[in-house]
Design a protein around this ligand. Structure first.
Ligand code: DX5
Ligand code: ZN
Length: 225
């Protein structure tokens, strides 16, 4: 399969051994480190803030793919730029002035992304698509790792792929939530470019091999679970 990217989600790591888990990522075939920031307001859960992101940035050799699940994320754009984010994604549902927020992210020197929840149709992106580096299609309701993939997402991937290709854009499609070897090929075939993987990497017996297997789909029999 093609040149898809793998972004392990640090939310599923062992925070008591954060540096050890980041070293594992550093020596793997992962492309980005996916970093979930949650405020206990936009989503029910609270994860960590910019100081911890800064620590991740100093230990990780990969670009940080920061996914803000917070209300009014425009308040924190500069803080996350300083913390070392390469990509900064905000939720369409959390932004009143989404177009402006996207410009602010780009002006702060990061690649802007917009995430949409499972219930949000892809057509909310119609008038901002040209401005984006990536779209995160949530395939679970955000807030927690380890949830079940919502299969309706496959249809959304296809629709977004068509929108992007029709306009000849290079916006990347990232799929986030419940991704593993059982569904990765279908997700990529639908048109995704980037797979986020939390539990399927960190809760596996061999996280290194799990990343390798997601990256090298199609090479059979590498990893069974
Ligand atoms: C969910 C987060 C995801 C999560 C994915 O709110 O945005 O990035 O960490 O974890 P898994 O792959 O376990 O669903
Ligand atoms: Zn995420």
């Amino acid at each position: 399969m093609g040149k898809h990217l793998i972004a392990p989600s640090i939310l599923s790591a062992d925070f008591g051994h954060l540096q050890r888990d980041i070293e594992m990522i550093n020596s793997s075939e992962a492309d980005w480190l996916h970093v979930d920031v949650m405020d206990g307001n936009f989503v029910p859960n609270i994860s960590f803030g910019p100081d911890i992101v800064k620590v991740m940035h100093s230990g990780c050799r990969l670009p940080l793919d920061v996914h803000l699940m917070i209300e009014k994320p425009e308040r924190y754009i500069d803080v996350f730029a300083t913390a070392g984010s390469s990509n900064l994604s905000v939720h369409a549902e959390a932004c009143t002035h989404l177009h402006r927020t996207i410009q602010q992210i780009r002006d702060a020197g990061m690649n802007p992304g917009v995430a949409i929840n499972p219930h949000t149709p892809v057509n909310v992106l119609e008038d901002v698509l040209e401005e984006l580096s990536l779209v995160i299609l949530m395939s679970v309701n955000p807030g927690f790792g380890g949830q079940k993939f919502i299969y309706r997402t496959l249809h959304k991937i296809q629709m977004l792929r068509e929108m992007i290709d029709m306009r000849n854009l290079s916006v990347k499609i990232e799929v986030d939530g419940g991704v593993g070897l059982q569904n990765a090929e279908a997700i990529l075939q639908a048109g995704a470019d980037i797979l986020v993987a939390g539990n399927s990497v960190f809760k596996s017996d061999n996280p290194h091999l799990a990343i390798y297997s997601l990256k090298n789909l199609g090479i059979q029999g590498l990893y069974a679970s």
